[in-house]
Design a protein around this ligand. Structure first.
Ligand SMILES: Nc1ncnc2c1ncn2[C@@H]1O[C@H](COP(=O)(O)OP(=O)(O)OP(=O)(O)O)[C@@H](O)[C@H]1O
Ligand SMILES: [Mg+2]
Length: 149
């Protein structure tokens, strides 16, 4: 069973179709890169998976459960969340608080603090500038820095 199964997903903003017929599966431990030019629909696809923008069609299964149409907070509690970037960061929160948005939703689980700390260290090892500025307001980052994650 795949961890994430996206089947024939579409996203529409009134008459504009931003995402059409996207399907893929993701196994636990796998990393998937989604690329495309500005406006191709990458963020729209992620927002649909996270429940922020309900998909216009298709089905999303996560950890063996149909999550299509569930609200973002329910999906996040199941362990799937979207970390914002660029102009979508939570401007008044610190960089570290933004990075914790996803991991904090697991706070009911045993050992979540250690797992969250390990995930943060991985991010900081890749983008040391974020570690240096972790207590700064995310809204003060330059456009490029706020796209590090
Ligand atoms: N809330 C919205 N309302 C209406 N149209 C939107 C909305 N969000 C995105 N769009 C449109 O949907 C299309 C896909 O946008 P999206 O933000 O998903 O692209 P992207 O691939 O993430 O682009 P970028 O690389 O610039 O981040 C674009 O034409 C965009 O203008
Ligand atoms: Mg985008």
């Amino acid at each position: 069973m795949s961890l994430l199964k996206v089947s024939d997903i579409g996203v529409r903003y009134s008459r504009l179709t931003a995402v059409r017929n996207v399907s893929f599966t993701l196994e636990e431990g796998e990393v998937l890169f989604i690329t495309g030019p500005n406006g191709a629909g990458k963020s729209s696809l992620l927002r649909a998976i996270a429940g922020v923008t309900p998909p216009a069609g298709g089905r999303i299964d996560f950890a063996g459960r149909d999550i299509t149409g569930l609200v973002p907070e329910t999906i996040a509690r199941l362990g799937l969340s979207m970390v914002p970037e660029g102009r979508d960061v939570f401007a008044s929160l610190t960089i570290e608080e933004n990075l914790m948005v996803g991991t904090g939703m697991h706070s009911g689980e045993n050992g979540w603090r250690a797992r969250a700390a390990a995930e943060l260290e991985t991010v900081y090892a890749t983008f040391p500038i974020l570690k240096e500025r972790r207590h700064s307001q995310a809204g003060l980052l330059s456009g490029g820095n706020s796209r590090c994650w």
